[in-house]
Design a protein around this ligand. Sequence first.
Ligand code: CIR
Length: 270
Amino acid sequence: MRVFDFNSAIVRLPGNSVVEGLRAKPGPSPDYGRLRSEHAAYIDALRHAGLEVTVLEALEQFPDSVFVEDPALVFSEAAVLLRPGAASRLRETEALAAPLAARFQKVLRVSGGCVDGGDVLVTPKCAFIGLSARTNAAGAAELQSLLASIGIASQVVNTPRGTLHLKSDCSLADEETLLATEELANSGLFDAFSIITVPRDERAAANAVRVNDVVLVNADCPRTAESLMDHGLRVSLLPVTEIGRIDAGLSCMSLRWFDRGITSAGERMV
Ligand code: CIR
């Protein structure tokens, strides 16, 4: 099975408070109605790619809770509850604990330091954990040992300065190929991969999501989409203008995994 073969996903609806989501630089707030439409299109794309999507209710007390990728990580083997590095997001983890316990036999938990799922890039041989303003050495080290306990090797790397999360700047396009910003492409970190470098004015495209046989790509980045198609990949373009206003992209809006308890007909084995 490939690391981007999935049959299940969890997303959370954005609450009205999402317009107050964290952002590094001042700018226009997202429009709530349009953001909801972007989120709905994203759910449709996951379903279209063959995933069974669980939609969790909005949590008004946590403006950024629509970004479920940051408080947890999921694999076929286990879910891992993380410790988001932004104080306003730390308690989002508890809100995911029950839905994950209902779906995973094993739920692990990072208990110290901080680590955001947006800083974890899973590739076939290794998970890269990026140190950033949201992920520190203590959180990364604890996550490394939890991942080792379920047979996943990992490596701690530096997220480029000024970048929110490691995956703001890179994504897995196929088993050997990464999509990355010029800075990450030139960093030497990913010399074991072929790299499709996104154009400077399409930086946001580096945060794409490979789901089964399709890559979900920011609709404002047509040249990146073309490069992926030239590489033989199928692309689905999704609007993320409003979501981008609060520093987010495509990967952060879902937790995706292959549930081995679900048959190819979509039925749960008992
Ligand atoms: C935040 O700053 O935490 C949110 N406004 C955006 C989080 C985006 N998450 C991600 O890229 N993994």
